[in-house]
Design a protein. Structure first.
Length: 273
């Protein structure tokens, strides 16, 4: 991995490919590994992209200093990271869950620099921090797939809309190491100041670039109804609410549909002026 200093923080990131830059931002308590596992299949047959996967502060191998503790600070660090790593070149952004929330902040703060935006099961808390979620539900149940769960994996069956051994193996392979190693003290500090304020909390001018807003119909973590409210802000967005998918929409739940949605978005950016 590479490393650049941003506001005194050594931010770790990994680059793949060359061409148009695209910044890929992971979710809460994860790291860049699961974003790579989710999104690299979508770049098959879509050459010409310089994929930049970073570890946010307090995640992966990027540390979180004691002074860092608000979402506005994190959004500022992310913007400065793009200045250092991408410079003045136009770029696309894709973010998952919490990373989708930060990607929305980039859309609202530097829309003139962006080629497009993909918000993947994006978190979208209200001003008071609440979320309009759906009840937790398992539609396809098979508890035999989880006979060997570790103590800190016991949450996984309830988190999945469709049980399968494949889903468990994917989460173990690409998420569990990050979940176990993230900076919990920092996350508690940030959670107390999670909601973005000021101009980043409200829609800006319509974002007239190719976009994707992908949600899970059974997402009990961030829901999908609040995200529908983004449609006026994203007039060129494909909006998808996928059945048999919760917050694990991606390579864990509905991988082929997820891949098709992302590839369509990439193709629309490529053909846009």
């Amino acid at each position: 991995m590479k490393e650049v200093e941003v506001q005194g923080i050594p931010v770790a990131f990994e680059e793949l490919g060359s061409g148009r830059p695209i910044l890929l931002t992971h979710g809460w308590s994860g790291d860049h590994h699961y974003m790579m596992a989710d999104l690299e299949p979508a770049f098959e047959g879509h050459d010409g992209w310089r994929r930049i996967y970073l570890d946010l502060p307090g995640h992966g191998i990027t540390p979180a200093p004691g002074w860092l503790g608000s979402q506005g600070q994190v959004a500022s660090i992310l913007t400065d990271f793009t200045d250092v790593v991408i410079g003045d070149e136009p770029f696309a952004v894709a973010g998952s869950s919490y990373g989708g929330y930060l990607s929305l902040a980039l859309v609202r703060s530097i829309p003139q620099r962006l080629l497009g935006a993909a918000l993947l099961v994006p978190d979208l808390p209200a001003a008071d921090g609440t979320r309009d979620t759906t009840p937790q539900v398992t539609i396809v149940e098979d508890l035999t797939a989880f006979a060997d769960l570790e103590e800190d994996e016991r949450w996984i069956p309830e988190a999945l809309v469709e049980h399968s051994r494949r889903s468990l193996d994917e989460i173990r392979a690409h998420e569990m190491a990050a979940i176990r190693s993230c900076d919990r003290a920092y996350l508690e500090r940030l959670d107390a100041h999670y909601v973005l304020g000021g101009a980043l909390a409200s829609p800006g001018a319509p974002f007239e670039r190719p976009s994707l807003i992908a949600t899970g119909r059974q997402d009990s973590t961030v829901g999908y109804r609040a995200q529908l409210g983004l449609l006026d802000e994203f007039p060129r967005a494909t909006f998808a609410t996928c059945d048999l998918a919760g917050h694990w929409l991606g390579r864990v739940e509905r991988p082929e549909l997820f891949k098709a949605l992302v590839q369509d978005w990439l193709a629309r950016i490529r053909t846009s002026r």
